[in-house]
Ligand binder design. Structure first.
Ligand code: XUL
Ligand code: MN
Length: 344
């Protein structure tokens, strides 16, 4: 029995369309997804602002709140919570050259407007976490934008959000590249630096995604550990990634089992979740997956997580201590491999 609570975003179940080809599966209506998520054992849903209010740009601020209340009723119906709301700052024409760091001040104002709406929507859904994945904030052409200026723009935008609502918590989801070439918050260390520079660091933390850490050439457990040490790991996006290439969002643990184990072990050891945090998934089904298997990657990720949690909970710390005292890391490593292979 897992000691954690799990969350997932509606975009985790998608039609399979990518930049190179059309959909391969049927679209599943939102409410059906929520019902299935709850049956699979998830207790919260992660949202982009327009997952909650599609076409929100054409609604008034009051109507956006009204629409959000309808989604809250759907969540209540299935006994599901909302974990966070993330402004989608990458689809609209006004985010072509970024959100908070766009070269056009009108576009920057739009990005902040969307962020305020995300805060309003979160309030209606009964949560206070706002996730910033800074999709297009960075450069495509290195000389087009000063990284000094861009970093200051991000701090300014977060300060405006903190001012707008005194309860909102801002979680920066770091990622080194894609769709930009060079991002501004490439690692969780960058996110923590931004936090420290804001007017209220106690309300600015981080969300570590396994694949994003691997894209940065780093170990996801170490990224998570860094934020945990500072009391600022407020969300995770567990998934997997086969080395440094396009962002793959594979099922958790399917590429790097030992790295996955170490993420779970770290979360178990540090009582992650004791302040209400969720184990969030951000996983994509393969394009070849059939409509009837639209949730299989979620089930697989949950099952792998739970199997690794069970192994983490029976990790032999006495043996580990002895190995460390004797500097016998060969034996410690072999113990971990045997544990993962089911030999001990
Ligand atoms: C993009 C990514 C996003 C965020 C939410 O790489 O991970 O899905 O998690 O905006
Ligand atoms: Mn993510």
């Amino acid at each position: 029995m897992s000691k954690f609570k799990f969350s997932v975003g509606p975009w985790n179940v998608h039609s399979g369309a990518d930049s190179y080809g059309p959909a391969t599966r049927e679209e599943i209506p939102f409410e059906e997804k929520v019902k299935r998520f709850s049956e699979l054992g998830f207790s919260a849903v992660q949202f982009h602002d327009d997952d909650v209010v599609p076409n929100m740009d054409s609604f008034s601020e009051e109507d956006i709140k009204k629409e959000a209340r309808k989604v809250k009723a759907v969540l209540d119906n299935y006994n599901m919570a909302a974990e966070f709301v993330a402004p989608r700052l990458w689809m609209d024409r006004r985010t072509t050259d970024g959100g908070y760091m766009s070269s056009d001040h009108k576009d920057r104002e739009y990005a902040v407007w969307r962020s305020y709406r995300s805060i309003d929507i979160a309030h209606e859904l009964g949560c206070n976490k706002i996730v910033l994945w800074l999709a297009r904030d960075g450069t495509l052409c290195a000389e087009s934008k000063s990284p000094v200026w861009a970093t200051k723009m991000l701090v300014d935008a977060i300060n405006q959000m903190l001012r707008y609502n005194s309860k909102a918590l801002i979680l920066i989801e770091s990622k080194p590249n894609e769709p930009v070439d060079r991002s501004i918050c490439g690692t969780i260390g960058h996110a923590m630096g931004i936090s420290a520079a804001t007017t209220d660091p106690s309300r600015v933390g981080g969300l570590v995604e396994s694949a994003h850490a691997i894209l940065a050439g780093l170990d996801p457990a170490h990224e998570m550990g860094f934020a945990l040490a500072l009391g600022k790991l407020w969300g995770v996006h567990l998934n997997d990634q086969n080395s440094i290439k396009f962002d793959q969002d594979k099922s958790f643990g399917v590429e790097n089992l030992r790295q996955a184990f170490n993420q779970v072990k770290l979360l178990v050891e540090n009582n992650y979740g004791s302040n209400g945090e969720y184990i969030g998934l951000d996983v994509k089904a393969m394009r070849t997956t059939k409509t009837e298997d639209s949730y299989k990657h979620l089930e697989n990720s949950l099952n792998i997580f739970k199997a690794l949690e069970e192994k983490a909970r029976r990790f032999d710390y006495d043996f580990q201590k002895k190995c460390v005292e004797n500097r016998d890391f060969e034996s410690l490593e072999m113990y971990v491999m045997k544990l993962l292979m089911g030999i001990v």
